[in-house]
Structure formats: C-alpha cells, structure tokens
Design a protein around this ligand. Sequence first.
Ligand code: ZN
Length: 451
Amino acid sequence: MLRVYNVLNVRTGKVLDAEELLKRMPEQEKHKLRAEQLGPKIRNYACPVCDQKVYLSGKGKAEGKIYHFRHFPNLGECPLKEGNNISKEDLKKIIYNGAKESERHMKLKTWMGDFLRSLKPKGEFTESKIETRITSSEGKKHWRQPDVSCVYKGKPLVFEFQLNNTFVEVIQGREEFYANEHTYICWLFDGFNSYDTAFGQRDIFWLNKSNAFAITEETMRLSEEKGDLLIECHYTDPVIDGTAVKNRWVARILSFSELNLNESYYKPFYFDSDSAREKLELKLLVEEFENYICGGRKEINYKEQRKKDGSFLSKLKIHLQNESIPNEITDSFINIIDALYFLKTGKVENLNHNFNNIKQFTNQIIQYYPQHGYIYCKAVKEYHPDFKSEQLGDKLKKKVNDFWKEFKIAEKEGKPNSQDKSYDSILKLLFPELEKYLAELAKEKTFVFVQ
Ligand SMILES: [Zn+2]
C-alpha cells in the first residue's frame, strides 16, 4: 500500500494526520508542493514509519478532488508499503508512541548535539548538528535526517536514538544508506537492559557484533563531568559451557573513543563478539574432530566413517572460508595425523596404528607416505628437539636422508607438489605449533624458481 495516512513533518519532527493536514492546506500550497516533487528539491513530509519522503498525489475534478500522500514506489522498503501484516493497533502504537516519546527523544538529541558542540575545542568532534539532512551522493532523491550528525576524527558519523520499536526495514534502510555514504552510524538506546530487550533493539545489536550502546542520566552526567562522551556499552562475551558456546552479557561505561570505527564496517563497536564466538565454536569443533580422528573413528565401520568424515569436513569448511579443505579423509591423512599426534602427546592408546615409538612412525611415513615427510620431520624437530637421527639406525637414517635429497631436487625442479598440502589448513588447526613449517613450505613453492 503506497498511501500514507500519517505523515512526519521533517522540520518539526511531528507526526500529523494526513487528512487533517490536507484539509487545512490551501489548494495553491498543495500544488506548489506537487510541483516541487518533480524537481530535485527536498520535500517536507516523510512517512513516520520508514522515514522516506512521500509525495502528494491527487485526482478528481473541482469539488471532488482527492489528495493523499503516497510512498514513492521505488524508494526502498517500508513495512506499510510491503503490506506487511501490521495491525492498525500496532501501527497506532508506533505513531502514537513516537509522538508521546518525542519529548524525551528531543531532549536526548538536543543534549547530544549541544554536548558534542561543547567538545569542539578538543578537536575530536566537529561539525555537530541536530537533525540536519544528509543527502545521498547518488542524488537528492535519497536522504536521511539523523538525530545528530558530526565529524569524528575526520570521519562522518551520525547518532540515531532508538526510543521506539523501529521496524527492521527502517533500521536496515538507514544502515545501508549511511554505509553507501561512507558514514558511520551509532545507534543509541535510552537505557538498556540485556534481560529485557525490545525487538527493535535486537534488530540492531545482534547485527552489530552484539554490541548495544545506551545513553543514561548517569552517562550524561559523567560525560559533562569529564568533558568526554561516555556511553554505556553492553556486549556479549561468549564462553564455552560444556560442549556449547553461550553468551554472557557484559556492561560497562566507556568513552566513545574506545570504540572501533573500522573501515568498510560503518557501525562503531567495542567488542567483536561475533569473531570471539566464531573462535570458540571452532575450538570446540577442533576438539571434537581430534577426539574423532584419534579415537572414535576406528570404532565405526567404513560407511559410517565416510558419513562422519564428510560431516566434519563440511563443518570445517564453513569455519575456514578462505582456505581449501579436501573432500575426503584419506588413509594418508590418517597416517600423518596419527604420527603427529603421537609426536605431540606421546599417547598411543587412541591411535589408529599400533606403533609406539619415533622409529616406527618414521619408517611408516618416509617409506609409505613420503608426501607428508617434510612436515613429519619438522614435527620431530619441534616436539622432540633432542632426538638424534642416529637413534633411527643406519638403514632408516639413509632412507630419511634420501627423502630429503629427493625433496630438495623436486623443489628445485619446480615440483612443489611432492608434498601433499591439501590438509594443511586442518593440520594448522590441530597442530598450531607446526604452522610456521607449513608456511615455509608454502613459501618455498613460490620462490622455487628464483633459486
Ligand atoms: Zn513508509
């Protein structure tokens, strides 16, 4: 539905009944408004739900004329426009609350604008303005009117107070708009309680690395006292609880200068809960995978193995987006895992083989799986620095020496694939101590022709 029954006067911030407004508006003014709509000039009325400008349409002759405000059909989403199932009741609540709470809203943005202006001599916040329109660089058709706008350390920044339950489309629309304009948007709540969050708040903080910011009477007082913008920051600090990652809420008052303003992510944040959670989830997965590979896997039949292998590999693939993960777990992979696990832990009870010393493993890898010989030998060096090659016996020592000779020739001849690198990303996860050797190997591949 394109028609808008209530409009926001963007100058005053007041929500008006469209019918009443039009009844009072002289016909000439209506047509001036309509004429302006054709040009690039910014108009005075917007939809109170989505913030987008509306236009005055009309039909009929003389006394029978009908005018109404309508959304532009192609100017972005609005829950009203999409005909979402919003009951009249809910809609009234949004608009009515908007009007009722506007005093508080006005108070907050005025405080913010004035306070930032008072910080101007310090040089961090400049050009602070309350309710000034920001017009899109793509054209004057698109604009937003943030509560407070400023330039922070050279970066354009807007503050939006979120006092009502704003629709997700509106939130997204604003965030997209500002990201397009390379402008940072910081949502501020009028207080925040992590145990009792409104839907609109959740639409904001879950998509901001689980960071929620609030202004309270206390932060306003402290800000004025310290001459620095302080805000209340709430974020989730994920923790491992048994075999799952759980969210733990943390709240603290901090200076705005402690927030991260990352290039290309146009929302300030304090703690990146998303990547913290991702790290913990990966840690759990790696532990589970290790228990499986060096343990449970040998207890199940081939068919079950294939199924479980695939499930682990696809989970790893999701976590290691930029790295290549092989499609299957091969015998050769199991062999190198067994060997490295033994070298690292000295434990033999969970292995897939019955070997129990370095000599046996060395023979196994160098003889049958030389494609893992490089990392195997480096792992011996890493985990058993005192191990002497003499301990291998003459015959095996010669095999190892021959392996290295061939390895070096292969590298020189530009055949870096003499070593199997397809499991490197998994090996790095299971044996982080070996990452440096894997990196060296990867590098040799690049520089081999230079030698
Ligand atoms: Zn709308």
